[in-house]
Ligand binder design. Structure first.
Ligand SMILES: CC(C)(COP(=O)(O)OP(=O)(O)OC[C@H]1O[C@@H](n2cnc3c(N)ncnc32)[C@H](O)[C@@H]1OP(=O)(O)O)[C@@H](O)C(=O)NCCC(=O)NCCS
Length: 175
């Protein structure tokens, strides 16, 4: 079994933080913004290392989701990435399995927004596409996010719901 480390952001030193950011910049081929990095901080980092460097990463951060009048403590999965030279070896699956364990033990549900690259991984692991509308609790009130419909996945959402599934507000991509 691939050994996966679980480290809170607060326990990463400057060099470890920099190495994770380097991995994410490389894995997303320059498409990983400062706001995306910000979204990955404050919770837990699940990582696989080789040769003293991280080669796979996922973060779980806590967010609030609203659904049909319920407020749900969500383990939101961010910054899932595997070094381009180490893909299709099960490392993405290994960090996701660790993230799912965190969600199962600490949150009402999991959620994430999938990139095109990530879709097959999440589907294969049993994440469920949220097929209702998505929205955000913006400063001006609940606002639909149709551009995110069809890319939000949930994990362990009991009882379903008709939606919209509403996330809390933040800078950058809200989902
Ligand atoms: C998405 C990503 C994390 C997958 O990492 P990985 O280590 O290659 O994934 P795994 O080897 O654990 O794949 C597990 C399973 O997921 C599915 N899968 C993963 N990547 C796939 C792909 N590109 N095409 C088809 N299926 C894929 C397969 O079912 C695979 O099992 P298999 O190899 O036995 O067929 C990696 O491609 C990546 O870092 N992409 C760039 C960053 C990104 O878009 N991250 C997702 C953000 S939401």
């Amino acid at each position: 079994m691939t050994p996966v480390r679980t480290v809170p952001t607060a326990d990463l030193d400057a060099a470890e933080r920099a190495a994770l950011r380097d991995l994410l910049d490389l894995a997303f081929d320059g498409g990983f913004a400062d706001e995306d990095w910000d979204h990955a901080l404050g919770g837990l980092h699940l990582t696989v290392h080789e040769g003293g460097r991280p080669i796979a990463h996922a973060a779980v951060v806590q967010r609030r989701l609203l659904l049909d009048g319920r407020t749900l403590r969500c383990g939101y999965v961010e910054a899932v990435a595997v070094h381009p030279g180490h893909r299709r070896r099960g490392l993405g699956g290994a960090v996701m399995a660790a993230a799912e364990r965190v969600v199962d033990r600490a949150h009402h549900l999991g959620a994430l927004s999938a990139s095109d690259d990530g879709l097959a991984l999440y589907r294969a692991r049993g994440w469920r596409l949220w097929d209702g509308p998505t929205a955000v609790l913006a400063p001006s009130g609940v606002t639909l996010t149709p551009e995110d419909d069809g890319s939000v996945f949930t994990w362990g959402l009991s009882g379903g719901g008709s939606g919209p599934l509403v996330c809390d507000w933040r800078d950058g991509d809200v989902w």
